[in-house]
Design a protein around this ligand. Structure first.
Ligand code: ZN
Length: 412
């Protein structure tokens, strides 16, 4: 039997242990202080003996945070030493989101339940799935005495659910030299239900507040005022023309073009017979990565100011959120190629590199020129009550990671 086949079998044998580690990590609620919790330290401490048992080399990159009793948010780099090839890193986050409405759960969210091949509990999919998979990929290699071609590592971070300032962003600021552009970096915290989406890029997120000021007057005498709501309505309509000025498409995205949508409107006048002198609305723009946000801002300003002046109103535009997406991980990057081969073999799926409209922590890697790929065979139960994951999926994703870590994705 070939080495790769032995490794896949070994991972499968470890399935009962995967359930037990799931139970351990699910039992420690790791909520960030912004979610009313004490952070991730207790959870990392529960994991440490297991990491130590594999003989991993470990380095802590904790972030100080006075909002939690321990005063710190733990981040850990842990790796199995290997040859002098590039390091393969799998990054998972330790924190989870609150359980929400407890009555919508079939049991205690912090106590793992197993039924019909599925594991239930807060965090099992997001992100214990990735954490447990990568751990057992390393464990299988260790038990078979396989020396990986380069270091085989796990990155465990805090604070993913509440901004990553005390998590990956802190790690990359403190230890930028821990990662190299030659490394294979996988973030198993996104993907699709078939396992066939390797996320390599994401749209920029640009949220704007638009404040229109006119002059309030009686509903019967609009000629004596300036209807700010009418001006705002014309501006919202004009976003279609502004967007048409950015017609680029990128077929890697499920929705291959940029979007620009009016979303929220602040409450204006309370009665029907007053012409509003002020109107405030918001735009949610999701733009293809290569589009400079400054150009979008300038085009919107030009359009809105022209409308304001025609209406006799004034307009002020301010930024609510501005995340310029970094350049994509190339579709033929080594991490993408390796994942494609391993996914084909384990899941029997042709995975394609693609983009999403939201944001992931991989953007922090990409901002530093580190080609990260976001992948797992995921399901939509994350952040919901009765969050679940199939044990079989955890096993198979662990097999994919084991092939990556061991450099055996093309071997028998
Ligand atoms: Zn997550």
């Amino acid at each position: 039997m070939g080495k790769a086949r032995q490794l896949l079998n070994k991972v499968a044998e470890l399935a009962p242990e995967m359930v037990e580690l799931m139970r351990i990590v699910t039992a420690v609620p790791a909520l960030g202080p912004a979610n009313g919790g004490q952070g991730e330290l207790a959870k990392l401490q529960a994991l440490l003996p297991h990491l130590e048992a594999l003989g991993l080399t470990m380095e802590r990159v904790d972030a100080p945070d006075p909002r939690v009793e321990s005063g710190l948010r733990p981040n850990l780099l842990a790796w199995l030493p290997g040859g002098d090839g590039p390091t393969t890193w799998v990054l998972s986050h330790l924190d989870v989101v609150p359980p929400g409405d407890l009555s919508a759960w079939g049991g205690d969210p912090w106590s793992l339940r197993v039924r019909d091949g599925r594991l239930y509990g807060r965090g099992v999919e997001d992100n214990h799935h990735g954490l447990v998979s990568s751990y057992f990929a390393l464990k299988a290699m260790k038990e078979l005495g396989i020396t990986p071609p380069g270091p085989a590592g796990m990155v465990l971070v805090a604070d993913e659910e509440t901004g990553s300032g005390h998590g990956l962003e802190h790690v990359l600021k403190t230890r930028p030299d821990a990662f190299s552009p030659a490394d294979l970096i996988v973030v198993p915290d996104g993907g699709d239900q078939s396992g066939g989406l390797i996320e390599v890029t994401e749209k920029s997120i640009y949220w704007l507040k638009v404040e229109v000021n006119g002059r309030q007057t009686h509903g019967a005498s609009p000629h004596q005022g300036v209807n700010a709501l009418m001006a705002a309505a014309r501006m919202m309509t004009a976003t279609r023309e502004v967007l048409a000025g950015f017609p680029q498409t990128d077929q890697r995205f499920g929705l291959p073009h940029s979007t620009m949508e009016p979303t929220r409107i602040e409450e204006g006048v309370a009665n029907v017979n007053t012409i509003p002198g002020r109107a405030v609305f918001y735009l949610d723009c999701r733009l293809l990565p290569e589009i400079p946000l400054d150009e979008v801002a300038a085009a919107l300003r030009q359009s809105f100011e022209a409308i304001a002046s025609q209406e006799g109103a004034t307009v002020a535009i301010s930024e609510v959120q501005r995340l310029q997406s970094p350049p994509a991980t190339p579709s033929d990057a080594p991490v993408v190629r390796a994942l494609q081969a391993a996914i084909r073999r384990v899941h029997g799926v042709e995975a394609r590199p693609g983009g999403i409209g939201g944001g992931t922590v991989a953007a922090f890697f990409r901002q530093r020129g580190l080609p990260a790929a976001v992948w797992s065979k995921t399901n939509p139960s994350l952040h919901q009550p009765e969050e679940w994951v199939e044990l079989e999926t955890v096993v198979k994703d662990a097999q994919v990671m084991a092939l990556l870590y061991a450099g055996l994705w093309e071997q028998d």
